[in-house]
Design a binder for this molecule. Structure first.
Ligand code: 5GP
Length: 194
C-alpha cells in the first residue's frame, strides 16, 4: 500500500537489525486518517469473507483493529495482557512471547466475547516471528471459532512469522511488506495487490 510505504519512508526509524520504530503514526501517537485508510484497505482485501469479529492484542493492535472494525461494521475484541478485577473468570488464555519486550505474557479474552459461531479476522500492527498471532490463533481454537484470515499493517519478511502462517495456509494480508533493512533504510517487497 503506497500511502503506508511512503509514510514509513518518511517517518519510520530503523533500530538495530530488526526493529522499525513507527511511534509517530502507528503505535504511540496515532494518525487517525491513516488508520481509516488502513481499515478500508483491509476491508477491500477481505471483502466477501464472512467476518463476524475482529480480534487483536492490546495495546498496539487496537488502533488498526478498530479502523478495520469500523470498515466492516463488526465488533472488535482485544486480548488483554493484564489480569484485572473485572477480568478473572471464564477466560481463554494463551502464552505469548513479546518480540519488543523480550518477556512472556499471558493474554486473555473473556469467553463471552468469542464463540463457536464467530468467523474471525485477526489484525495486528506488526508480524515479526508470529508469536502474537499464534497466541490469538490458540484462543480462537479454544473457542471453536473459525479463523478467516490475518491482516497485519507491517510484516517483516525476513523474520519467520509469515512463513509460519503460509505453511498453515492462512489467508494473510500485509499492507506493507519489508524485505530487509539495509544501512538503516527500509527495503520493501513488491506489493502485488496494487
Ligand atoms: P511477533 O509476535 O510476530 O514476533 O511480533 C509482533 C508483535 O511485536 C507486534 O504486536 C508488535 O507490537 C511487536 N513488534 C514486532 N516487530 C516490531 C517492530 O519492528 N517494531 C515495533 N514497533 N513493534 C514490533
Amino acid at each position: 500500500m503506497k500511502l503506508l510505504e511512503d509514510r514509513i519512508r518518511q517517518d519510520g526509524q530503523v533500530l538495530g537489525a530488526d526493529v522499525l520504530k513507527v511511534d509517530s503514526f502507528l503505535n504511540h501517537q496515532v494518525d487517525p486518517d491513516l488508520m481509516t485508510a488502513l481499515g478500508e484497505e483491509f476491508y477491500r482485501r477481505f471483502q466477501g469473507v464472512p467476518i463476524t469479529k475482529i480480534l487483536t492484542v492490546e495495546s498496539s493492535g487496537i488502533a488498526p483493529a478498530l479502523a478495520t472494525g469500523m470498515a466492516f461494521h463488526k465488533p472488535v475484541v482485544f486480548a488483554r495482557k493484564h489480569k484485572s478485577l473485572t477480568l478473572k473468570d471464564h477466560l481463554y488464555t494463551a502464552e505469548v512471547y513479546s518480540f519488543t519486550k523480550k518477556t512472556a505474557n499471558t493474554i486473555a479474552i473473556a469467553e463471552k466475547f468469542l464463540t463457536a459461531a464467530d468467523h474471525v479476522l485477526v489484525i495486528d500492527d506488526f508480524l515479526a516471528n508470529g508469536q502474537a498471532v499464534e497466541g490469538l490463533l490458540d484462543i480462537i481454537q479454544q473457542a471453536g471459532a473459525t479463523l478467516e484470515g490475518v491482516g497485519v499493517v507491517i510484516e517483516k519478511r525476513f523474520q519467520k512469522g509469515r512463513k509460519l502462517l503460509d505453511d498453515r495456509h492462512i489467508h494473510t494480508e500485509a499492507l506493507a511488506s519489508i524485505a530487509a533493512f539495509e544501512n538503516g533504510q527500509v527495503v520493501f517487497s513488491p506489493d502485488e495487490k496494487e
